[in-house]
Design a protein around this ligand. Sequence first.
Ligand SMILES: NC(=O)C1=CN([C@@H]2O[C@H](COP(=O)(O)OP(=O)(O)OC[C@H]3O[C@@H](n4cnc5c(N)ncnc54)[C@H](OP(=O)(O)O)[C@@H]3O)[C@@H](O)[C@H]2O)[C@@H](O)CC1
Ligand SMILES: Nc1ncnc2c1ncn2[C@@H]1O[C@H](COP(=O)(O)OP(=O)(O)O)[C@@H](O)[C@H]1O
Ligand SMILES: [K+]
Length: 520
Amino acid sequence: MQDRQEYISQVVVTAEQMRDIEGRIFAAKMPVAALMEKVAGLIFRRIQVIIPPYPIPDQGKSRVGILVGPGHNGGDALVVARELHFRGYEVRIYSAFSKLKELTSQHLHYAQSLGIPCYQELTQLSDCDFFIDGLFGLGLEKAIANPIASTINQINNWHKPIISIDLPSGLHTDTGEVLGTAIRATYTFCLGLWKLGFLQDQALDYIGKAELIDFDIPLADVQAVLQDAPQIKRITKATALSTLPLPRPPVTHKYKEGHLLLICGSRRYAGGAILTALGARASGVGMLSIAVPESLKQLLVSHLPEALIIGCPETETGAIAHLQLPEKTDLSSFNAIACGPGLTKDATSIVEQVITSDRSLVLDADGLNILAQLGTIPTLKKRQAATVLTPHTGEFQRLFHDIADPKEDRVKAVQSAAMQTGAVVLLKGARTAISNPQGFVWINPESTPALARGGSGDVLTGLLGGLLAQAATKQIAVEDIVATAAWWHSQAGILAAQERTELGVDALTLTQYLMKVVSN
Ligand SMILES: NC(=O)C1=CN([C@@H]2O[C@H](COP(=O)(O)OP(=O)(O)OC[C@H]3O[C@@H](n4cnc5c(N)ncnc54)[C@H](OP(=O)(O)O)[C@@H]3O)[C@@H](O)[C@H]2O)[C@@H](O)CC1
Ligand SMILES: Nc1ncnc2c1ncn2[C@@H]1O[C@H](COP(=O)(O)OP(=O)(O)O)[C@@H](O)[C@H]1O
Ligand SMILES: [K+]
């Protein structure tokens, strides 16, 4: 069994799975009240660190507003309220629901008996320094309506720190969708296991800084519900590093360390070819061949003296007309092919050619746009070897408009796309999601908006191609390589942004930070 912390950091659950896991704990006779006490105690300890009871000496107590909903999320908040009260915070409760669950109601009575004031009017909490959001957690299923919706909007408008328990109230646990309206949290303490909604792009504006509170759910219960292999996983540093081709065997040679063919660039988009190639270079791939239009050959040679640059005949518009490989070379000379950045849509024939090859293939950018024109599913049926598609949302919609909508649920969308095409699909975004053809999903849990910049996707394509070529002789699943590439790429962005701010991470700079991630 893996180390608990590592296992827990990989697991992602839906609301239904979480309920089933909790159901097993209660069936084993753990009292609900005891679990609530334990969970809230852990939350309280974190809050004490983030906002102390007397933040500024001689300037009075911290005033905290507790937002209490009707269910056990509200119960958690009330236990936290009681503990904060005992530790010297000035606590005020907002509870406007007429019907509370039994345990929640008991905690409310006890809090009031201690003299903690409880209001039905939000205005009574307007001078609080910060808030604890215990309105709704896992149990929210329908859209929030007035008067609670306007309460939430009012609190958001106060722009005070808000700590949400389990989820920002108003978010759908699985899709991260806003159900009517939602709390914009500063911190969210996700309880027990990561809920899927935390990894959906549309939730990120609401979650703030997310932290997992591990309350010792027995792993046997998690595994029983997830049936040993979690369907959706977070990519972690440990899993990403485990598939890197490090250390290299002492006796090896360049062709044993992978030969990647990049097909990229056009007269119009020359830079994309360079960025893709620099991403591939950073992967450590043994041999790099780069097919570009003839007129770009000298440019590529000057940037990548170690690479073999293959100048190809050009269309009138300056795209690659067809692949012209050196003598005694054909596509089977390569371990992997990455094709697409900067091609323009005039490079159709080359995309058709690589699709029929029996090499592992990454398609990106115009490679994907051409694939969409050719017909995604029937064209991919011709593939004999692994295919990786790396669309951003727009490309995804062009490829899969009749299959899934990434605007509603990105994870479901990427799963459907991979299952119906037999490809590994990487859907780019703030939380990049990857699915294999069996519907197993990997999500990159950390990234930076610094990467939202032209050319950063090209770097990923090169890096991924280089890793795939190196893995060709090893028994590593393609989707694991794809996950490693996504992790590495985003960590380089994070590192670069730390040193240079989020404005300082142009794609060329990004390539220079790739090595720093793994050498740290
Ligand atoms: N279970 C456990 O063991 C543990 C649970 N824990 C904690 O409990 C939380 C889950 O608790 P929960 O199941 O009581 O659900 P919760 O999110 O508090 O709210 C449900 C209530 O809201 C209501 N309601 C729903 N939608 C509504 C709407 N739009 N507008 C208005 N009302 C609406 C709904 O009423 P109903 O519609 O059913 O009448 C129901 O009463 C979980 O997130 C975690 O914080 C932890 O302590 C660890 C152990
Ligand atoms: N807000 C964001 N947060 C984190 N990563 C992002 C964000 N926006 C974009 N990215 C990442 O930046 C890259 C952009 O790729 P892409 O859209 O293909 O750009 P280009 O085609 O210009 O190279 C992807 O890896 C994507 O995941
Ligand atoms: K909440």
